[in-house]
Design a protein around this ligand. Structure first.
Ligand SMILES: [Zn+2]
Length: 169
């Protein structure tokens, strides 16, 4: 049970079995947030919202040069819930026409799960918790959680399918 980089005790295991220690995990998390901001040219501006996720984003972007616009604190769990909600409750003829509104735009935590966010917060000693999903999303969230027990990558699979359908346009 050792970190793949420094061989110290791991705190995180990816589904491909690779493991990271606390400080390598924090570095991985921060670089993932910065990478997505760069790749999708997201705004870089402090969130005013009071939430654990907003606080984490603010800490990570504080040394980056400002870029106009507004960020959202939605993460992988929020986005995968919403995508599924839209698929279930709409009469859509085609994913690629309907779902582009869920592509990464201003969500630096787009590819990061609740679990990863909570672990990062624990390592950095940031207090707070992640709010439960809105009432209308609770059933969908529970449904995905059930699938997650056997398929831990399901939320990534959902957003990947969306990104893929965009590229097939
Ligand atoms: Zn390490």
């Amino acid at each position: 049970m050792a970190c793949r980089f420094c061989r110290t005790k791991s705190v995180w295991k990816f589904t491909n079995q690779q493991q990271l220690c606390a400080s390598c995990f924090a570095r991985y998390f921060e670089s993932k947030v910065k990478k997505i901001i760069r790749k999708y040219q997201m705004p870089i501006s402090i969130l005013k919202k009071k939430s654990l996720k907003a606080e984490i984003i603010n800490i990570i972007i504080k040394d980056l040069p400002e870029r106009k616009g507004r960020l959202s604190d939605e993460n992988l769990n929020d986005i995968s819930n919403k995508i599924l909600e839209n698929i279930i409750f709409s009469n859509m003829s085609s994913l690629k026409n309907y779902l582009p509104k869920f592509l990464p735009k201003n969500q630096p935590l787009y590819f990061l799960s609740d679990k990863e966010i909570l672990l990062y917060a624990r390592i950095k000693k940031i207090r707070g918790k992640i709010n439960e999903p809105k009432k209308k999303l609770v059933d969908i969230n529970n449904f995905i959680k059930k699938i997650e027990e056997k398929n831990p990558d399901i939320r990534h699979n959902i957003v990947d399918a969306l990104l893929k359908s965009k590229n097939e346009k």
